[in-house]
Design a protein around this ligand. Structure first.
Ligand code: AMP
Length: 181
């Protein structure tokens, strides 16, 4: 499994989907699954930029991993976002026969992030909510990174600035170094 990290707007979904298409891998995004669920209560949480409960998200992810069990590889986009989700992912590796091979951290400056999110114009992309999501991301991600490193998982930092193709090329180069493509 390849996990994409990066704040909302860093290009995780764009890059994750392009990568998945290129190699016929599955792309799993809890944000996308939650939006598709059309659950009014969950949508309220998302609209505020808050995180949905780990029980709900882990359940969604477990189902998605089962549905995609025949895929040669899986890209996770937006999961784990909390330490408790990271624990779940590692502890349930044997159950789903999926293990994290690599974490790709997409790095992007805050002004560029605001510019991109403004252009995207999603309902949860107001400046206050973007700020809330960045704050949450920064709090949790360092804990998750520490935990992954302790578990021997490799983390690479990739510059997320530039065109979609440029970023994609950087990602492919790293995957090649790690023998994942
Ligand atoms: P995204 O599409 O990744 O930007 O996610 C949109 C929203 O879905 C987030 O702001 C959260 O409200 C919710 N969400 C997505 N992934 C998670 C997760 N791993 N844990 C909790 N909530 C999530």
């Amino acid at each position: 499994m390849i996990v994409f990290f990066g704040p909302a707007g860093a290009g995780k979904s764009t890059q994750g989907q392009i990568l998945a298409d290129a190699y016929n891998w599955s792309w799993i995004s809890p944000g996308q699954l939650l939006r598709e669920s059309l659950d009014v209560e969950l949508m309220e949480v998302m609209k505020k930029g808050k995180l949905v409960s780990p029980e709900k998200v882990n359940e969604l992810m477990g189902n998605a991993l089962v549905c995609n069990q025949n895929s040669t590889n899986v890209i996770l986009d937006g999961f784990p976002r909390q330490l408790v989700q990271a624990h779940w992912l590692i502890e349930n590796g044997p159950k789903y026969n999926r293990f994290v091979d690599l974490v790709i951290m997409l790095e992007i400056s805050k002004p560029e992030l605001f510019k991109r999110l403004h252009a995207r114009g999603r309902i949860d992309d107001t400046p206050e909510i973007i700020d809330e999501r960045i704050k949450l991301y920064e709090q949790e991600i360092s804990l998750i990174v520490d935990y992954f490193i302790k578990n021997g998982i490799k983390i690479v930092h990739i510059n997320g600035a530039g065109t979609v193709d440029e970023v994609h090329d950087r990602i492919i180069k790293e995957l090649a170094v790690c023998n994942l493509v």
